[in-house]
Design a protein around this ligand. Structure first.
Ligand SMILES: C[S@@+](CC[C@H](N)C(=O)[O-])C[C@H]1O[C@@H](n2cnc3c(N)ncnc32)[C@H](O)[C@@H]1O
Length: 388
Protein backbone atom coordinates (compact mmCIF):
# COMPACT_ATOMS: atom_id res chain seq x y z
CA UNK A 1 0.00 0.00 0.00
CA UNK A 2 1.48 3.35 -0.99
CA UNK A 3 1.09 6.09 1.58
CA UNK A 4 2.00 9.77 1.45
CA UNK A 5 3.33 11.02 4.76
CA UNK A 6 4.12 14.47 6.03
CA UNK A 7 6.51 15.23 8.89
CA UNK A 8 5.90 18.60 10.54
CA UNK A 9 8.94 20.34 11.98
CA UNK A 10 9.81 23.42 13.97
CA UNK A 11 11.04 26.36 11.88
CA UNK A 12 14.67 25.82 10.85
CA UNK A 13 14.78 22.05 11.40
CA UNK A 14 13.59 20.88 7.97
CA UNK A 15 17.11 19.90 6.81
CA UNK A 16 17.77 17.98 10.03
CA UNK A 17 14.60 15.93 9.56
CA UNK A 18 15.38 15.47 5.85
CA UNK A 19 18.71 13.95 6.85
CA UNK A 20 16.99 11.67 9.34
CA UNK A 21 14.63 10.51 6.59
CA UNK A 22 17.57 9.90 4.28
CA UNK A 23 19.10 7.74 7.02
CA UNK A 24 15.90 5.70 6.99
CA UNK A 25 16.35 5.10 3.26
CA UNK A 26 13.72 7.61 2.14
CA UNK A 27 14.39 9.26 -1.20
CA UNK A 28 12.56 12.05 -2.99
CA UNK A 29 11.55 14.06 0.05
CA UNK A 30 9.79 17.31 -0.78
CA UNK A 31 10.87 19.94 1.73
CA UNK A 32 8.84 23.09 2.38
CA UNK A 33 8.62 25.53 5.27
CA UNK A 34 7.94 23.42 8.36
CA UNK A 35 7.04 20.23 6.55
CA UNK A 36 8.50 17.34 4.57
CA UNK A 37 6.46 15.07 2.31
CA UNK A 38 7.38 11.63 1.01
CA UNK A 39 5.83 8.41 -0.28
CA UNK A 40 6.33 5.16 1.56
CA UNK A 41 4.72 1.87 2.52
CA UNK A 42 3.36 0.69 5.87
CA UNK A 43 6.74 -0.44 7.19
CA UNK A 44 8.28 2.87 6.14
CA UNK A 45 5.52 4.71 7.97
CA UNK A 46 6.09 2.71 11.15
CA UNK A 47 9.86 3.21 10.98
CA UNK A 48 9.40 6.97 10.63
CA UNK A 49 7.31 6.97 13.83
CA UNK A 50 9.84 4.93 15.74
CA UNK A 51 13.00 6.65 14.48
CA UNK A 52 12.44 10.35 13.70
CA UNK A 53 14.07 12.28 16.55
CA UNK A 54 13.58 15.87 15.44
CA UNK A 55 10.13 16.04 13.76
CA UNK A 56 7.15 17.31 15.79
CA UNK A 57 4.34 15.26 14.23
CA UNK A 58 3.51 12.96 11.36
CA UNK A 59 0.33 12.98 9.29
CA UNK A 60 -0.91 10.68 6.58
CA UNK A 61 -2.02 12.73 3.57
CA UNK A 62 -5.40 11.76 2.15
CA UNK A 63 -6.31 14.37 -0.42
CA UNK A 64 -5.72 17.91 -1.54
CA UNK A 65 -8.06 20.12 -3.54
CA UNK A 66 -9.25 23.74 -3.98
CA UNK A 67 -12.27 25.02 -2.04
CA UNK A 68 -13.44 28.62 -1.85
CA UNK A 69 -16.65 28.07 0.09
CA UNK A 70 -18.36 25.55 2.34
CA UNK A 71 -20.33 23.99 -0.53
CA UNK A 72 -17.10 23.13 -2.40
CA UNK A 73 -15.62 21.76 0.80
CA UNK A 74 -18.67 19.67 1.74
CA UNK A 75 -19.19 18.23 -1.74
CA UNK A 76 -15.58 17.19 -2.16
CA UNK A 77 -15.20 15.62 1.28
CA UNK A 78 -18.44 13.68 0.88
CA UNK A 79 -17.08 11.92 -2.20
CA UNK A 80 -13.95 10.68 -0.42
CA UNK A 81 -13.71 7.05 0.75
CA UNK A 82 -13.53 7.74 4.48
CA UNK A 83 -14.61 4.17 5.29
CA UNK A 84 -11.12 3.15 4.19
CA UNK A 85 -9.69 4.85 7.29
CA UNK A 86 -12.56 5.29 9.75
CA UNK A 87 -14.34 2.28 11.25
CA UNK A 88 -17.90 2.13 12.59
CA UNK A 89 -16.61 2.89 16.08
CA UNK A 90 -13.59 5.19 15.43
CA UNK A 91 -13.42 8.47 17.28
CA UNK A 92 -12.73 11.07 14.58
CA UNK A 93 -12.25 14.61 15.89
CA UNK A 94 -11.53 17.27 13.26
CA UNK A 95 -8.69 19.77 13.71
CA UNK A 96 -8.63 22.78 11.41
CA UNK A 97 -5.95 25.30 10.47
CA UNK A 98 -6.76 28.19 8.15
CA UNK A 99 -4.37 30.56 6.44
CA UNK A 100 -5.20 33.37 3.99
CA UNK A 101 -8.30 31.59 2.64
CA UNK A 102 -11.82 32.59 1.69
CA UNK A 103 -13.08 30.01 4.16
CA UNK A 104 -12.17 31.77 7.38
CA UNK A 105 -14.11 30.30 10.30
CA UNK A 106 -12.43 27.47 12.20
CA UNK A 107 -15.53 26.23 14.11
CA UNK A 108 -17.75 26.30 10.99
CA UNK A 109 -15.10 24.48 8.95
CA UNK A 110 -14.86 21.86 11.69
CA UNK A 111 -18.63 21.37 11.57
CA UNK A 112 -18.80 21.13 7.76
CA UNK A 113 -15.90 18.65 7.51
CA UNK A 114 -17.38 16.47 10.24
CA UNK A 115 -20.86 16.62 8.68
CA UNK A 116 -19.54 15.62 5.24
CA UNK A 117 -17.58 12.69 6.67
CA UNK A 118 -20.58 11.51 8.70
CA UNK A 119 -22.75 11.69 5.60
CA UNK A 120 -20.27 9.59 3.65
CA UNK A 121 -19.90 7.03 6.46
CA UNK A 122 -23.68 6.84 6.94
CA UNK A 123 -24.03 5.69 3.34
CA UNK A 124 -21.04 3.35 3.50
CA UNK A 125 -22.02 1.64 6.78
CA UNK A 126 -25.78 2.12 6.59
CA UNK A 127 -25.73 3.75 10.03
CA UNK A 128 -27.07 7.07 11.27
CA UNK A 129 -25.36 7.29 14.67
CA UNK A 130 -21.63 6.88 15.28
CA UNK A 131 -20.75 6.00 18.88
CA UNK A 132 -17.09 7.14 18.52
CA UNK A 133 -16.03 4.80 21.31
CA UNK A 134 -13.13 3.17 19.45
CA UNK A 135 -9.60 4.11 18.41
CA UNK A 136 -8.85 7.77 17.71
CA UNK A 137 -8.41 8.66 14.04
CA UNK A 138 -8.06 12.45 14.16
CA UNK A 139 -8.66 14.34 10.90
CA UNK A 140 -6.37 17.26 10.11
CA UNK A 141 -7.80 19.84 7.71
CA UNK A 142 -5.46 22.60 6.59
CA UNK A 143 -6.71 25.30 4.22
CA UNK A 144 -3.88 27.42 2.94
CA UNK A 145 -4.72 30.03 0.29
CA UNK A 146 -7.89 28.07 -0.58
CA UNK A 147 -5.94 24.82 -1.03
CA UNK A 148 -7.41 22.18 1.27
CA UNK A 149 -5.20 19.37 2.55
CA UNK A 150 -6.80 16.55 4.47
CA UNK A 151 -4.77 14.13 6.53
CA UNK A 152 -4.88 11.80 9.50
CA UNK A 153 -2.84 12.33 12.63
CA UNK A 154 -0.93 9.05 12.76
CA UNK A 155 1.17 9.68 15.86
CA UNK A 156 -1.42 10.92 18.38
CA UNK A 157 0.58 12.87 20.96
CA UNK A 158 3.49 14.79 19.39
CA UNK A 159 6.72 12.93 18.68
CA UNK A 160 8.48 14.85 21.47
CA UNK A 161 6.57 12.65 23.90
CA UNK A 162 9.11 9.85 24.21
CA UNK A 163 7.62 8.52 27.42
CA UNK A 164 10.48 9.35 29.78
CA UNK A 165 9.58 12.92 30.80
CA UNK A 166 6.96 12.47 33.49
CA UNK A 167 7.66 15.66 35.48
CA UNK A 168 8.18 19.18 34.17
CA UNK A 169 11.15 21.27 35.23
CA UNK A 170 11.84 24.95 34.75
CA UNK A 171 11.84 25.91 31.03
CA UNK A 172 12.57 22.44 29.66
CA UNK A 173 13.61 22.02 26.03
CA UNK A 174 11.40 19.97 23.78
CA UNK A 175 12.95 16.55 23.27
CA UNK A 176 12.79 17.06 19.48
CA UNK A 177 14.70 20.36 19.71
CA UNK A 178 17.26 18.87 22.10
CA UNK A 179 17.86 16.03 19.63
CA UNK A 180 18.22 18.58 16.81
CA UNK A 181 20.82 20.61 18.75
CA UNK A 182 22.86 17.42 19.04
CA UNK A 183 22.40 16.52 15.36
CA UNK A 184 23.54 20.04 14.39
CA UNK A 185 26.77 19.64 16.39
CA UNK A 186 30.02 17.77 15.79
CA UNK A 187 29.39 15.54 18.82
CA UNK A 188 29.45 11.78 18.38
CA UNK A 189 29.32 8.96 20.91
CA UNK A 190 33.10 8.72 21.19
CA UNK A 191 33.40 12.30 22.43
CA UNK A 192 32.66 13.70 25.85
CA UNK A 193 29.43 15.69 26.05
CA UNK A 194 28.70 18.12 28.88
CA UNK A 195 25.53 20.12 29.55
CA UNK A 196 26.44 22.44 32.47
CA UNK A 197 22.85 23.79 32.71
CA UNK A 198 21.11 20.45 32.33
CA UNK A 199 17.76 21.27 34.01
CA UNK A 200 15.56 18.21 33.67
CA UNK A 201 18.20 16.42 31.57
CA UNK A 202 16.66 16.55 28.09
CA UNK A 203 19.88 17.10 26.10
CA UNK A 204 21.68 14.38 28.07
CA UNK A 205 18.94 11.80 27.60
CA UNK A 206 18.57 12.54 23.89
CA UNK A 207 22.36 12.24 23.50
CA UNK A 208 22.35 8.93 25.39
CA UNK A 209 19.61 7.61 23.11
CA UNK A 210 21.62 8.66 20.05
CA UNK A 211 24.79 7.08 21.50
CA UNK A 212 22.95 3.80 22.04
CA UNK A 213 21.17 4.01 18.69
CA UNK A 214 17.89 3.68 20.52
CA UNK A 215 14.81 4.58 18.50
CA UNK A 216 13.15 7.51 20.32
CA UNK A 217 9.66 6.09 19.78
CA UNK A 218 10.40 2.64 21.11
CA UNK A 219 8.84 3.20 24.53
CA UNK A 220 5.60 4.90 23.55
CA UNK A 221 2.49 4.15 21.55
CA UNK A 222 1.17 5.89 18.42
CA UNK A 223 -2.42 6.52 17.35
CA UNK A 224 -1.97 4.44 14.19
CA UNK A 225 -1.11 1.37 16.26
CA UNK A 226 -4.79 0.97 17.04
CA UNK A 227 -5.94 1.25 13.42
CA UNK A 228 -7.31 -2.04 12.06
CA UNK A 229 -5.96 -1.63 8.53
CA UNK A 230 -2.38 -1.91 9.82
CA UNK A 231 -1.57 -5.42 11.04
CA UNK A 232 -0.29 -5.53 14.60
CA UNK A 233 2.53 -7.75 13.36
CA UNK A 234 3.91 -4.89 11.26
CA UNK A 235 4.40 -2.79 14.41
CA UNK A 236 5.75 -5.76 16.34
CA UNK A 237 8.33 -6.58 13.65
CA UNK A 238 9.45 -2.94 13.39
CA UNK A 239 9.74 -2.63 17.18
CA UNK A 240 11.71 -5.87 17.40
CA UNK A 241 14.05 -4.72 14.65
CA UNK A 242 14.57 -1.33 16.38
CA UNK A 243 15.18 -3.09 19.71
CA UNK A 244 17.84 -5.29 18.13
CA UNK A 245 19.74 -2.20 16.93
CA UNK A 246 20.36 -0.81 20.44
CA UNK A 247 24.07 -0.73 21.19
CA UNK A 248 24.96 -1.79 24.74
CA UNK A 249 27.25 1.14 25.61
CA UNK A 250 27.60 1.63 29.36
CA UNK A 251 30.77 3.73 29.67
CA UNK A 252 29.63 6.19 32.30
CA UNK A 253 31.00 9.72 32.21
CA UNK A 254 31.07 10.25 28.44
CA UNK A 255 27.84 12.19 28.84
CA UNK A 256 27.65 14.45 31.88
CA UNK A 257 25.27 17.08 33.20
CA UNK A 258 25.39 19.68 35.96
CA UNK A 259 22.96 22.17 37.43
CA UNK A 260 23.03 24.37 40.49
CA UNK A 261 19.46 23.51 41.42
CA UNK A 262 19.01 20.33 43.50
CA UNK A 263 15.44 19.98 42.21
CA UNK A 264 16.72 19.99 38.60
CA UNK A 265 19.24 17.28 39.51
CA UNK A 266 16.48 15.20 41.10
CA UNK A 267 14.39 15.60 37.92
CA UNK A 268 17.33 14.68 35.66
CA UNK A 269 18.05 11.55 37.68
CA UNK A 270 14.39 10.55 37.61
CA UNK A 271 14.09 11.09 33.85
CA UNK A 272 17.33 9.24 33.18
CA UNK A 273 15.95 6.32 35.13
CA UNK A 274 12.64 6.49 33.21
CA UNK A 275 14.58 6.50 29.93
CA UNK A 276 16.76 3.58 31.05
CA UNK A 277 19.91 5.70 30.62
CA UNK A 278 21.10 6.05 34.23
CA UNK A 279 24.12 3.85 33.67
CA UNK A 280 25.41 5.98 30.80
CA UNK A 281 25.06 9.54 32.10
CA UNK A 282 26.80 11.22 35.03
CA UNK A 283 24.80 13.92 36.86
CA UNK A 284 25.97 16.20 39.64
CA UNK A 285 24.81 19.32 41.42
CA UNK A 286 27.34 22.00 40.56
CA UNK A 287 27.34 25.72 39.84
CA UNK A 288 28.70 26.65 36.46
CA UNK A 289 31.07 29.05 38.21
CA UNK A 290 32.87 25.95 39.62
CA UNK A 291 33.06 24.09 36.29
CA UNK A 292 36.52 22.94 35.19
CA UNK A 293 37.92 20.02 33.24
CA UNK A 294 41.28 18.64 32.12
CA UNK A 295 39.63 16.54 29.39
CA UNK A 296 40.17 17.42 25.75
CA UNK A 297 38.07 17.46 22.57
CA UNK A 298 34.73 17.41 24.40
CA UNK A 299 31.54 19.17 23.39
CA UNK A 300 29.34 21.45 25.45
CA UNK A 301 25.74 21.50 24.21
CA UNK A 302 23.60 23.62 26.45
CA UNK A 303 20.49 25.71 27.00
CA UNK A 304 21.40 28.18 29.76
CA UNK A 305 18.84 30.51 31.34
CA UNK A 306 17.73 33.28 28.94
CA UNK A 307 16.48 35.82 31.44
CA UNK A 308 13.07 36.32 29.92
CA UNK A 309 11.94 38.55 32.74
CA UNK A 310 13.52 41.98 32.66
CA UNK A 311 14.73 41.61 36.25
CA UNK A 312 16.80 38.57 35.28
CA UNK A 313 18.48 39.93 32.16
CA UNK A 314 21.42 41.51 33.95
CA UNK A 315 22.06 38.29 35.87
CA UNK A 316 22.05 36.30 32.61
CA UNK A 317 24.40 38.81 30.97
CA UNK A 318 26.84 38.29 33.88
CA UNK A 319 26.49 34.51 33.65
CA UNK A 320 27.14 34.65 29.88
CA UNK A 321 30.36 36.59 30.55
CA UNK A 322 31.46 33.88 32.99
CA UNK A 323 30.52 31.23 30.41
CA UNK A 324 32.63 32.93 27.78
CA UNK A 325 35.61 33.24 30.11
CA UNK A 326 35.52 29.60 31.18
CA UNK A 327 34.53 27.94 27.92
CA UNK A 328 36.92 29.97 25.74
CA UNK A 329 39.76 28.42 27.78
CA UNK A 330 38.73 24.94 26.56
CA UNK A 331 40.64 25.35 23.30
CA UNK A 332 40.06 21.83 22.00
CA UNK A 333 36.35 21.78 22.82
CA UNK A 334 33.38 22.56 20.59
CA UNK A 335 30.76 24.74 22.25
CA UNK A 336 27.09 24.95 21.27
CA UNK A 337 24.70 27.28 23.09
CA UNK A 338 21.04 28.00 22.34
CA UNK A 339 20.08 31.38 23.75
CA UNK A 340 17.55 34.16 23.38
CA UNK A 341 19.80 36.69 25.09
CA UNK A 342 20.28 39.78 22.96
CA UNK A 343 23.94 40.42 22.07
CA UNK A 344 24.91 36.98 23.41
CA UNK A 345 28.24 37.00 21.54
CA UNK A 346 29.23 40.37 23.04
CA UNK A 347 28.76 39.04 26.56
CA UNK A 348 30.33 35.67 25.66
CA UNK A 349 33.30 37.57 24.28
CA UNK A 350 33.68 35.81 20.95
CA UNK A 351 31.76 35.77 17.66
CA UNK A 352 30.33 32.34 16.86
CA UNK A 353 31.58 30.36 13.85
CA UNK A 354 27.97 29.72 12.86
CA UNK A 355 24.57 30.89 14.03
CA UNK A 356 21.20 29.29 13.43
CA UNK A 357 17.82 30.89 14.01
CA UNK A 358 15.67 28.40 15.88
CA UNK A 359 12.54 28.57 18.01
CA UNK A 360 12.37 27.18 21.52
CA UNK A 361 8.58 26.89 21.60
CA UNK A 362 7.42 30.44 20.88
CA UNK A 363 10.76 32.04 21.85
CA UNK A 364 12.99 33.11 18.94
CA UNK A 365 16.51 31.92 19.75
CA UNK A 366 19.90 31.63 18.14
CA UNK A 367 22.03 28.50 18.23
CA UNK A 368 25.62 29.72 18.60
CA UNK A 369 28.18 27.24 17.33
CA UNK A 370 31.87 27.44 18.21
CA UNK A 371 33.57 24.53 16.46
CA UNK A 372 36.84 23.40 18.03
CA UNK A 373 39.53 21.35 16.27
CA UNK A 374 38.81 17.79 15.17
CA UNK A 375 39.90 15.10 17.64
CA UNK A 376 43.04 13.30 16.38
CA UNK A 377 42.46 10.28 14.11
CA UNK A 378 38.74 10.79 14.19
CA UNK A 379 36.69 10.48 11.08
CA UNK A 380 33.73 12.31 12.45
CA UNK A 381 30.50 12.74 10.54
CA UNK A 382 29.70 16.31 9.61
CA UNK A 383 26.73 17.92 11.31
CA UNK A 384 23.73 18.73 9.21
CA UNK A 385 24.54 21.52 6.76
CA UNK A 386 21.72 24.02 6.70
CA UNK A 387 21.44 26.92 4.32
CA UNK A 388 22.60 30.15 5.94
C1 LIG B 1 16.71 26.80 30.62
S1 LIG B 1 17.04 25.76 31.97
C2 LIG B 1 17.66 24.28 31.22
C3 LIG B 1 16.55 23.38 30.79
C4 LIG B 1 17.01 22.06 30.24
N1 LIG B 1 17.63 22.20 28.94
C5 LIG B 1 15.85 21.08 30.20
O1 LIG B 1 15.51 20.60 29.11
O2 LIG B 1 15.24 20.82 31.23
C6 LIG B 1 18.49 26.46 32.67
C7 LIG B 1 19.02 25.73 33.89
O3 LIG B 1 20.22 26.40 34.31
C8 LIG B 1 20.31 26.27 35.72
N2 LIG B 1 21.24 27.33 36.20
C9 LIG B 1 21.03 28.66 36.27
N3 LIG B 1 22.15 29.30 36.72
C10 LIG B 1 23.08 28.34 36.94
C11 LIG B 1 24.44 28.36 37.37
N4 LIG B 1 25.05 29.49 37.70
N5 LIG B 1 25.11 27.17 37.45
C12 LIG B 1 24.49 26.01 37.13
N6 LIG B 1 23.21 25.93 36.75
C13 LIG B 1 22.50 27.08 36.63
C14 LIG B 1 18.87 26.40 36.21
O4 LIG B 1 18.74 25.78 37.47
C15 LIG B 1 18.09 25.69 35.09
O5 LIG B 1 17.83 24.36 35.42
Amino acid sequence: MQLTLQAHTAFGLEAVVARELKGLGVENVISENGKLTWDTDIRGMIDAHLWLRCADRITLQIDTFQARDFDDLFDWIKTMRWERWITKTSKFPVNVKLNKSQINSVPNTQKIVKKAIVERLSQAYNMTQFPETGAVCAIECVIDKDQVTLGLNTCGAGLHKRGYRKLVGEAPLRETLAAALIQLSYWNKDRLLVDPFCGSGTILIEAAMIARNQAPGLNREFAAEAWPWIEKKEWLDARQSAGSKIEPITEKGLIAGYDEDPEAIRLSLYHLQQAGMSDLVHIQQRRFEDFSTQKKFGCVITNPPYGERLSEVEQVQDLTQIMGKKLRELETWSIYVISALEDFETYYGKPADRRRKLYNGPIPCTYYQYAGPKPPRENQPAPVALPE
